[in-house]
Design a protein around this ligand. Structure first.
Ligand code: ADP
Ligand code: MG
Length: 695
């Protein structure tokens, strides 16, 4: 692609785009004419014919033409302007909540008006709220031959002006003379029955009969599928390229002594499972190469990933390199700190903690120790990779519970650890099973190891689904449990992202339970507590000085207290199944029978019931994730709570996930036969705002 291509020109070459409009377009990620071409309609309006008022249906949208009968302003509730119109077949009200004096003066009885909008039932029967309208002298010229595209907008930018800009870009870049480079090889297009790029873009911006809005909405049109395909492909290629770039660098070779490694293993209080041993040797093989390891370790909750991380750290440490371990929450980082301190107690390695909460002199000391190399292992939150943190000799980065960080965050870290050209090995761990097709999008740059075996003696958690009306009964069960010297979690959930509200709910619940169960020691942990407070609450629970721990979902990942064997989750219907499975994974860590009570708010929808039933029936994270995806669609499963997931321009994971299947072979073909297309595709779809390929 060269600069003579009109699609590379800035939007300001178009008429009517000044610096202010350009700034607004920038908010939509639009800088060049190409960006305008790839700004595709969300949906379409059918203004190809005028519908008689008698034929209008509530819920549908239509173009109507009628004569104004009367206008009225209504003071009931919100002020509104009503304009009653009629045609030969019936009458309809147009309702405006925002209107100017000018507007109400223009509406006069007897005037003809054409309007397009969605129909609903209002106070006065059939009505349109804030329709698009035009005052006309006759109905000719109201209809449009083609469907009208509706584009995603941003503040200060109207549908009509955006349409005009896009039309200008189309005639400049896709007009008769112009060409736009299609980076997909013709053989590939033919194979999938896709149109070429120019045709696809023209179809989507300006669909002509017999294409209907309904057909376009299904997302089944080859023109759309082709672009979705190209978008997925661009993301996949970007990850591949990032991997290539990273792998191209030099890494330290870890060669630790087999005897000392065996000693480390013998000192553990348990025997490693076959799966753990296999994964450790996979990691060892990676780290004995001069190329950096990029490995994803998947293993269900409780499968024992932490000790695998410790052994990987051991390899780095004995070769003289530093190790950084990042966890998504302070709580989990603290727990890792304790485990690592215990496992490495016999060695001289200095282990420190670093999080955003560490301030002042203590923080300074850690930063200096990392810079000088006196600190060998640092455990913490994302603070580990802030600007000011410099490592003397970082050899291994371990990221725990990666699904809580976004893809971009993970990739940004890659750039960080490099010192004097040396690239640290990376071990990324997650308990969230990633369905195969989705893994192609988020993790196709990683080699995968799986721990497919739980430590011996684990009993599946027995899960019951109980309506909140039986709360009192559940509370009684707690005291019975505690009498047997066992411990309990009570988890408060809220759908709002507001941590504050969630923490308040947990505080209230803790107070209530303390009152209802006076003989029981109740603890509390939530995200708004200071690190020290959280820590002492967790310590009290760990050392069994507290019987019942009321918590928010901060305990979702990683927390490990084997004597806690009953968990009550309030409002489980509000969480994703994989998240519930993670939470539930906090119990069932010892050798006693464990229970999880899902205390739902009735009434529950059919799907809601089905979802909770899946948890009751299965203890297998992979099965749960697959079933959840069937019920809710991959977009929901991947997207909702997980910030930083990939944002697509046009692809919709729920609608288009079947296309993911086609990506890997196409990517291989392009990498082999058309490598020059790779950077162009990435630039077209991901622009400059991504970390994928930068290293
Ligand atoms: P996760 O994979 O969920 O991070 P953890 O690493 O927290 O799991 O391990 C869960 C618990 O199992 C911990 O208490 C850990 O010490 C213990 N554990 C790990 N490996 C084994 C093993 N091979 N045998 C027995 N217990 C183990
Ligand atoms: Mg863990």
């Amino acid at each position: 692609m060269h600069s003579a291509d009109p699609q590379q020109l800035p939007v300001t070459v178009l008429t009517g785009i000044g610096s202010q409009t350009a700034e607004r377009l920038q908010k939509l990620g639009i800088q060049t004419l190409q960006d305008l071409l790839f700004h595709l309609p969300l949906r379409y309006q059918d203004r190809s014919r005028i519908t008689p008022i008698a034929d209008l249906r509530v819920g549908s949208s239509a173009l109507v033409c009628g004569t104004i009968e009367f206008i009225d302003t209504i003071q009931r509730g919100r002020n509104s302007l009503i304009c009653r119109i009629s045609d030969a077949s019936g009458a309809l009200s147009l309702r405006f909540f925002h209107f100017s004096a000018y507007q109400s003066q223009r509406f006069k009885p007897g005037i003809m008006i054409g309007c397009y909008g969605e129909l609903r039932y209002g106070y006065s029967g059939l009505e349109m709220v804030h329709p698009d309208y035009k005052i006309v002298t006759d109905s000719a010229g109201l209809t449009e031959a083609n469907l009208t595209p509706v584009y995603p907008l941003t503040e200060g930018l109207g549908q009509n002006s955006l349409r005009k800009m896009i039309n200008q870009a189309i005639s400049l870049c896709l007009g008769n003379e112009a060409t736009i480079t299609d980076y997909l090889p013709a053989t590939l297009l033919k194979h999938h029955g896709f149109p070429n790029l120019k045709e696809a873009l023209l179809t989507l911006h300006n669909p002509t009969p017999p294409l209907s809005a309904a057909l376009l909405d299904t997302g089944k049109l080859p023109a759309l599928q082709r672009l979705v395909f190209e978008e997925f492909l661009a993301h996949h290629l970007a990850l591949q390229q990032g991997k290539q770039n990273y792998k191209y660098g030099q890494s330290p070779v870890f060669n630790s002594h087999p005897i000392s490694k065996q000693l480390f293993i013998d000192n553990l209080s348990f025997t490693l499972t076959q799966a753990q041993l296999r994964v450790i040797s996979e990691i060892e093989a990676d780290c004995s190469q001069t190329r950096p390891m990029l490995r994803l370790l998947q293993g269900d909750v409780g499968s024992g990933k932490t000790v695998v991380a410790a052994l990987s750290a051991f390899l780095a440490l004995t070769t003289g390199y530093q190790v950084a371990i990042m966890a998504p929450t302070e709580l989990l980082a603290e727990q890792h700190l304790q485990n690592f301190s215990r496992w490495f107690a016999a060695s001289e390695y200095r282990i420190e903690f670093l999080s955003g909460q560490l301030k002042g002199k203590a923080r300074q000391a850690v930063l200096e120790g990392l810079n000088s190399g006196e600190i060998n292992i640092v455990i913490g939150t994302h603070a580990l990779f802030q600007e000011c943190v410099n490592y003397q000799k970082l050899g291994l980065i371990i990221i725990d519970e990666q699904h809580r960080f976004g893809v971009n965050q993970r990739l940004a870290l890659r750039e960080k650890g490099q010192i004097s050209g040396l690239r640290p090995h990376q071990l990324i761990m997650t308990a969230t099973p990633i369905p195969r097709t989705l893994a192609m999008l988020n993790y196709s740059d990683l080699d995968i190891s799986i721990i497919d075996e739980l430590p011996p003696g684990r009993k599946p958690v027995k899960t019951s689904v109980i309506p909140a009306e039986r709360r009192a009964e559940v509370i009684q069960r707690i005291s019975h449990w505690v009498n047997q010297k066992r411990q309990v979690y009570w988890v408060c959930t809220l759908i709002e992202e507001s941590e504050l509200i969630q923490c308040e709910a947990a505080e209230k619940t803790a107070a209530y339970l303390a009152q209802a169960l006076p003989e029981i020691r109740v603890g509390l942990v939530h995200g708004r507590m200071k690190a020290g407070e959280k820590d002492s609450a967790m310590q009290a629970f760990k050392s069994a000085q507290c019987d019942l721990l009321v918590a928010t979902t901060v305990i979702e990942v990683g927390v490990d207290v084997p004597n806690a064997s009953l968990m009550i989750i309030e409002n489980p219907e509000r969480l994703g199944l994989s998240q519930l499975h993670q939470l539930r994974g906090r119990v069932g860590r010892g050798d006693q029978d464990s229970y999880c009570l899902l205390l739902y708010q009735s009434p529950l929808s059919t799907v809601g019931k089905q979802r909770l039933a899946i948890l009751k029936e299965s203890n297998d994270g992979f099965v749960i994730a697959e079933k959840d995806m069937e019920l809710r669609g991959p977009g929901e499963v991947m997207g909702t709570r997980q910030t930083g997931q990939i944002q697509f321009k046009i692809a919709d994971l729920n609608r288009d996930s079947h296309i993911l299947e086609l990506i890997a072979p196409a990517a291989n073909l392009i990498l082999l036969e058309h490598p020059e297309a790779v950077p162009a595709l990435i630039q077209r779809w991901l622009g400059h705002s991504h970390h994928y390929a930068e290293v």
